[in-house]
Design a protein around this ligand. Structure first.
Ligand SMILES: [Zn+2]
Length: 295
């Protein structure tokens, strides 16, 4: 499994590969999404981290480490889910599973580091999550923990705040041209300190969507999120997602943004995406964003 093989969430994969290539590896990741997309992203990241000769931040697919990973017998890859977790309670992942993982992480890895994946992290009970906090705060060696979850809300805020979090799309949806254009226009307005009504008017195509307002809003917000992440990371990675890549004014607009405000804006847009997915009123969510968002 490699980032290049992924059929969806290409922008997230590109960002991760770019961060890995520049050595910006963090100790904990959280991928929120459907089973298929989060598992694929988790495995692709694990393979890329473990690869002995990565190519542009992605797993090479041919080195010994990649071959072991593909055969499911990599010594440094630790995988936990509800089914494999110790204990009899098969509705949640308990403390014993986290303790077992912590014991494994204490052992010396075969290569440079362990990579541990916890699938169905939303099923970790509160005690298990509290136990996990210790590993998140003081990781064993250079180990990397990858949490895969259906929803972020099932995790304690203290756990989430220690992870680098990415929201994944479950269908093969590439940014739509209309939503890409809209996100760029909106981003430009926000960077230009525009007024509430100007931002609201810009969002008319989404606010007045009749067929599937939630899908339209989610698609717009995903594009906006990519732009915000691009704006924050571009100075370091020189990499861009498809939403900003062929946009000539991108750097000019980014120059007007403040990195600290971008971070807050990313959280606000992530919250808005969650609200839309949970079925909250899209009009209300978007208007609230118009009031809150400042970059
Ligand atoms: Zn490799």
């Amino acid at each position: 499994m490699s980032f290049a093989e992924l059929k969806q969430n290409k922008a997230v994969a590109a960002q991760l590969a770019s961060l890995l290539q520049s050595g910006k590896l963090v100790h904990a990741y959280l991928f929120v999404g459907g089973k298929e997309s989060r598992l694929q992203m988790g495995k692709a990241l694990a393979a890329a981290i473990l690869c002995g000769s990565p190519h542009e931040g992605d797993a090479c697919g041919t080195c010994l480490s990649c071959r072991k990973f593909a055969h499911g017998n990599h010594e440094d890859y630790l995988y936990t889910d509800l089914e494999t977790a110790p204990g009899n309670a098969k509705t949640q992942i308990g403390v014993d599973a986290v303790e077992a993982l912590q014991e494994q992480l204490k052992l010396k890895p075969f290569g440079p580091r362990h990579v541990a994946v916890i699938e169905e992290a939303h099923l970790l009970n509160t005690a298990a999550q509290n136990k996990l906090l210790k590993t998140l705060e003081e990781p064993a060696g250079d180990s990397v923990l990858i949490l895969l979850a259906e929803k972020k809300e099932a995790l304690l805020p203290t756990v989430v705040s220690r992870c680098s979090t990415y929201f994944l799309e479950d269908e093969a949806v590439l940014p739509q041209e209309a939503e890409t254009e809209l996100a760029r226009a909106y981003f430009t307005l926000c960077a230009g300190r525009s007024l509430f009504y100007q931002k609201r008017d810009c969002l008319k195509p989404v606010l007045e969507e009749k067929n599937d307002p939630r899908a339209k809003a989610a698609s717009f917000l995903e594009c906006l999120l990519m732009l915000l992440r691009d704006a924050l990371l571009f100075p370091y990675t020189q990499d861009r997602s498809p939403v900003s890549r062929d946009w000539d004014s991108f750097e000019e607009v980014c120059a007007k943004t403040d990195p600290e405000k971008l971070k807050t804006a990313i959280s606000a847009v992530e919250d808005a995406i969650r609200s839309v997915r949970l079925g909250y009123n899209t009009g209300y969510t978007l208007k609230k964003l118009c009031l809150d968002l400042s970059i």
